[in-house]
Design a protein around this ligand. Structure first.
Ligand SMILES: [Zn+2]
Length: 239
C-alpha cells in the first residue's frame, strides 16, 4: 500500500509547545472521565485498563484533560492574576501552546481530600511506581521531566502525561529523550534507513512524500512543524 504524508498537523506524535502552537483544539473522540474532565477515548480506555490491572481504581484522579483554546486562555489569565508572572510562566502554557488542546494530555493525581488542580501530587514510589511504568509501556510519556526544562521550557510536572503511542513512549524512555528531542532524532531516519524497535519500523517523511510498504499495519502522524512520522508494525507469523 502507499503512504502519503499529507497532514503534518494531525496525529498522536504532534509536538505542541511555545515554538509550535496549535491554532485550534481537537475535540474529536472525547469521552468524560468524570463529571468535569474529558479526554480522547483511547487515552481513557488505556488508563482505565492499567488502573484495573493494578487494582488502583480508587487511587488515581483525573485532574485535567482536554481544554479548549478559550479555556486554556482563561486558566492562564486567572493563574496570572492569583499567582503572578513567575509561577504562571513556570506551570501554565499560553492558549495555543498547551498539549491539553489535543485531548492526548492528562494530569493525574493521587486521590486525597484536597487536590491541587494546578500541581497535583502523584508519587513515584510504591504502587504508583508500577502505575507509571505501565503508562510508559502503553504509549504514554511523562512529558515534562526533571532535567529537561531547558528543552521543554516547562518546569518538571510529575503529574502530566501525554499519549504518543507504542513504541514511541518506550524509545523515548530508553534514550531519555523529551518529545522535542525525539523529533529531532527522527529526522535522521528515512524510509531507506529507518529506526527499528522490536517489530516496528519508524521513519520521517517530508510533506507530500510517498512510500510503498508491504507492512500489515501502519500509523502516520504529523510532527506539527515540518513532516510526518510513519510507524510500520509487522505482525509476527505463527505458521
Ligand atoms: Zn497538564
Amino acid at each position: 500500500m502507499e503512504i502519503i504524508a499529507n497532514d503534518i498537523h494531525k496525529g498522536n506524535l504532534l509536538l505542541v509547545n511555545s515554538e509550535y502552537p496549535l491554532l485550534k483544539e481537537d475535540c474529536h473522540d472525547l469521552v468524560y472521565c468524570n463529571d468535569k474532565v474529558r479526554i480522547k477515548k483511547i487515552v481513557y480506555q488505556l488508563i482505565e485498563m492499567i488502573k484495573e490491572d493494578l487494582g488502583m481504581q480508587d487511587d488515581i484522579v483525573y485532574v485535567s484533560g482536554f481544554r479548549t483554546f478559550a479555556y486554556q486562555k482563561k486558566i492562564y489569565d486567572d493563574t496570572l492574576k492569583t499567582h503572578g508572572q513567575e509561577y504562571t510562566a513556570k506551570y501554565v502554557a499560553k492558549a495555543g501552546c498547551s498539549e491539553h488542546l489535543l485531548g492526548l494530555a492528562i494530569d493525574l493525581g493521587k486521590k486525597m481530600d484536597e487536590i491541587d488542580y494546578i500541581c497535583p501530587e502523584l508519587p513515584y514510589d510504591g504502587k504508583f511506581a508500577l502505575f507509571r511504568q505501565k503508562l510508559w509501556e502503553n504509549g504514554f510519556i511523562e512529558r515534562y521531566q526533571v532535567g529537561k526544562q531547558e528543552v521543554t521550557k516547562i518546569s518538571a510536572e510529575p503529574w502530566h502525561f501525554r499519549y504518543v503511542g507504542y513504541p514511541h513512549s518506550l524509545i523515548m524512555k530508553n534514550n531519555n529523550w523529551s518529545l522535542e528531542e525525539y523529533h529531532q532524532h527522527l529526522k535522521a531516519y528515512d524510509h531507506q534507513h529507518p529506526l527499528r524497535y522490536k517489530n516496528c519500523t519508524i521513519f520521517y517523511l517530508k510533506p507530500l512524500e510517498k512510500v510503498n510498504t508491504t507492512a500489515s499495519c501502519y500509523q502516520i502522524s504529523g510532527n506539527n512543524f515540518d513532516g510526518c512520522i510513519v510507524t510500520l508494525f509487522e505482525v509476527e507469523s505463527h505458521e
